[in-house]
Write a protein that binds this ligand. Structure first.
Ligand code: NAP
Length: 468
């Protein structure tokens, strides 16, 4: 049964809350997608909403429970006006500037391109209506998320404005809508906030470039030694290797390099801190950026490890592999020879596979704990244990997997075509360097010094003449 004061929107069977007399009336200019969605959400949260529109008679446009009036009439009803119209039409608002004097204007607008205009939309609005307090907010929330209630991914609402009181009022509204306001400072920050929804995976750009660079490099390297070399030296066409064999060399090689690259910046940071004798000086920008993208590097490496696993599992059904094993058996039959079972190779191949499986298992564990929903559920010590201790264990297992795979091929001449080492040798350079540096840094005297530095200890300068 409908309770007194309860409103139910016709388009949405969601029960609307009773109007809360404590909450201010909110005015929204524009009855488009965003204005309607925000209006509905406000009504659901107990606000009374009045729309300002060019067509005040089309009451079917707005959610049930909201009023629709002309812009001038609507503005009179509230001290907060949400401008849910596109920037291109802002000059239209100057027509009733008098009615907006002293009010808080909330600019929710977005652009189509990053830095589309010389000034932000919010600053442009503030210039057009200098007697209003403009607050930039809600632009990172979509109309669809507001309407469907699926705000989990975009609960943060970035805000900025020059008037602290006006900003606080808008923050209150955001909080009561179940959103998380994040104060970004003065209106100067509006441009940055307007660019947020237009950015395409900003944290992934550098890791993707690094991953693509290594992929291309290793692919070309394998192409030279596996396809061009037999073509040039034996006139043999091995181009079919491009489809599975070469990718299956590229994926593990790049995966191991990316895994090592996740831990290398930590080692470099420790070396820099040891050298400077303090943690209170900034790391170079490149190192800061590198540290920030470690999670993405690790996830890309994990994706490559998965591809390596799948490509390896299809080996037995490949024509080339079946042809070779048949050829081997026929050669044995024709020559009436049996190659003896080698315990050494049996151990080598089983160890190589076992290390690979364990390495993949821990790699997956690292990937899972880096997901926000999982990392939020563990405390700092648990997170560090997995990401650091188990992380290094993963590097050790994957490096050992590659070393055992290499076996005696490291020193076996025919594998060095044109004096170039096989790709697995390249994949070991960074992880081995990383592990050597790590082993040096865990030597007690260095480890204790780093721990002290990280707890705030500083080495006095030479002029102070009193080291430690
Ligand atoms: P929309 O559906 O096109 O609605 C815009 C509204 O502006 C219209 O319904 C109209 O309302 C009013 N309008 C149109 N032409 C006008 C003119 N010449 N002069 C004055 N008013 C005019 O757009 P929207 O998707 O709601 O977006 C509105 C604002 O919210 C934009 O700045 C957008 O960047 C921002 N935004 C949208 C979303 C989203 O998911 N849609 C998300 C974040 C931010 P009346 O007919 O009632 O006057």
């Amino acid at each position: 049964m409908k309770q007194d004061g309860e409103i139910r929107d016709s388009s949405n069977s969601f029960p609307l809350q009773t109007m809360d007399p404590e909450k201010p009336t909110v005015c929204i200019f524009g009855t488009g997608d965003f204005g309607r969605s925000l209006g509905l959400r406000l009504i659901q949260c107990g606000y009374s909403v009045v729309f300002g529109s060019r067509n005040p008679n089309s009451s079917n446009l707005v959610p049930k429970g909201a009023e629709i009036l002309s812009h001038t009439e609507a503005a009179k009803k509230s001290s907060i006006v949400i401008i849910a119209i596109h920037r291109e039409h802002y000059d239209y608002l100057t027509g009733f500037a008098d009615g907006l004097k002293g009010k808080v204007l909330v600019d929710v607008s977005n652009n189509l391109k990053i830095n589309q205009y010389p000034e932000s939309n919010a600053e442009y609005l503030a210039d057009l209506l200098p007697e209003c307090n403009v607050v930039k907010a809600f632009n990172t929330v979509s109309a669809w998320a507001l309407q469907s209630g699926t705000l989990d991914a975009s609960r943060q609402v970035f805000m900025c404005g020059d008037d602290a009181k006006a900003k606080e009022e808008v923050m209150k509204i955001a909080r009561s809508l179940g959103l998380m306001p994040v104060d970004q400072g003065s209106l100067l920050a509006a441009k940055e906030i307007e660019n947020y929804p237009l950015q395409l995976f900003p944290m992934w750009r550098l890791p993707c470039y690094i991953c693509a660079g290594f992929t291309l490099l290793i692919f070309l390297y394998c192409l030279v030694i596996e396809v061009f070399h037999p073509l040039a030296t034996k006139r043999e066409d091995a181009s079919y290797l491009i489809v599975i064999t070469i990718p299956n060399r590229v994926f593990p090689t790049v995966s191991l390099i990316l895994l090592a690259l996740c831990y290398l910046p930590g080692i470099l940071a420790a070396v820099i801190q040891l050298y400077r004798g303090t943690k209170y000086s900034r790391f170079p920008d490149w190192l800061d950026q590198w540290m920030l993208c470690r999670k993405q590097l690790g996830l890309l490496g994990l994706a490559y490890a998965f591809l390596h696993t799948i490509y390896t599992l299809v080996m037995p059904i490949r024509y080339y592999v079946r042809w070779w094993s048949n050829h081997y058996v026929i050669a044995e039959a024709k020559g009436n020879t049996t190659y003896p079972f080698s315990n050494y190779y049996a151990w080598l191949s089983d160890s190589y596979v076992a290390l690979g499986i364990l390495g993949l298992f821990f790699y997956v564990l690292l990937g899972i704990t880096s997901l926000p929903s999982v990392s939020n559920a563990v405390n700092w010590r648990e997170f560090r244990f997995v990401q650091s201790k188990l992380g290094y264990l993963t590097v050790v297992l994957c490096t050992a997997h590659t070393l055992v795979y290499g076996g005696d091929r490291f020193i076996f001449g025919p594998f060095y075509r044109w004096y170039l080492p096989p790709s697995f040798v390249l994949s070991l350079i960074i992880p081995c360097a990383l592990l050597v540096m790590k082993f040096i840094l865990i030597v007690p005297c260095l480890d204790q010094r780093i721990t002290k530095i990280r707890q705030g200890w500083e080495r006095k300068s030479k002029t102070d003449n009193s080291d430690s």
